[in-house]
Design a protein around this ligand. Sequence first.
Ligand SMILES: C[S@@+](CC[C@H](N)C(=O)[O-])C[C@H]1O[C@@H](n2cnc3c(N)ncnc32)[C@H](O)[C@@H]1O
Length: 216
Amino acid sequence: MTDWIQRWKENKIGWHRDKPNSKLIEFIDCLHLKQGDQVFVPLCGKSIDMMYLLDRGYRVFGVELSTLAAEQFFVENKIEYSIHQSGEFSVYSANNIQMYCGDYFKLKLEDFKSVVAVYDRASLIALPLELRVKYVSHLYSIITKGCRVLLLTLNYPQSQISGPPFAVNQEEVWSLYKKGFDCQQLQCFNDIENEPKFQRANVDFIEKATYCLRKK
Ligand SMILES: C[S@@+](CC[C@H](N)C(=O)[O-])C[C@H]1O[C@@H](n2cnc3c(N)ncnc32)[C@H](O)[C@@H]1O
């Protein structure tokens, strides 16, 4: 099991990028957002994608286990913040953004009244299979009907390299989401030439897929 808190302490955060994700930029329209809408970013780390959303006039609601990630997000982006306690969560807040520090699985429906969309990059695929099942059923239980999800996944031969990130193919996305969500795959392509870590491990391919989901 990944010790995420320790990874943050040791700054082993190889997933973090300093530019917004190109698939967020390309496919954000599938979320049908209006100015001021609130987007939930589960397992958010200190993702710069949250700045992209804020800069476009959306509100952000993140959840993240590590307080170090939260502090770094606000400090590195030069955003003044305050901290208050809400139940089991330390909530880091500033204009238009709230980051709940604590366990995603402890979030409740009442926290989600104004969330209209979810952006999932490196969140579902950060978890091993048994937690992915739990992650999706928890997501279903906390978001409201009609809520849209932009989901980015990776798929590669899991026997050739271990996760995280874990391989999640289309079949698994369908089996995890189809019962509760309308599902559409927007794109899927092999990007092995841009993944040196996977090339070094002689992995045959790494498919990157983007999905748009809508809670039924
Ligand atoms: C692979 S990183 C991805 C971060 C972010 N989505 C990004 O794209 O940069 C996964 C993050 O999930 C956080 N995390 C793992 N389990 C969690 C949980 N149960 N509740 C909240 N955050 C969690 C970890 O601390 C880590 O920052």
